[in-house]
Design a protein around this ligand. Sequence first.
Ligand code: FES
Length: 166
Amino acid sequence: MTALESPRRRRFLVRAIQFMGACLTAGLALPALAYLFAPGRRPSTGAWVEAGTLTQLRLRVPEEVMFRRTRVDGWKIVNEKAAAWLVRLDQNEVAAFSPQCTHLGCAYHYNSGIGEFVCPCHSSNFSLDGQVLTGPAPRPLDRYPVRLEGDRILIGELPPPPGSAI
Ligand code: FES
């Protein structure tokens, strides 16, 4: 009887091979799972940044504000400049709009003469609450979530436009 024919030795060799296979599988699978499910893989959401104060806004007079936002996207941390149009719609209600037209992304402005947002590219007009009044824009202005903390106006991240796949 050779050494390989011994049932104890054969069982030991089979278990050793199975153990090495399991180690190899874990060695390949764990980094792949960590890559897929680590929190840093997804863009951060829900980060609130201060964009202004309630007292700086006059009722129904839009103001464009700039702010900086730190965004985590995958393994990248990006500190970027962003803008928003703030409109104090009521004593305690503020709307914050993305500064890009929902048609093809041009920067629109506020026309105080007619009290509307006007896009110079293809003449879309929007009301102070962001609704489309005229033009080819297919949907209302994109709106940031807004939270008031005392006098401070905090804005969250812009939700993906309707119908976009993320
Ligand atoms: S980009 Fe604003 S109307 Fe076309």
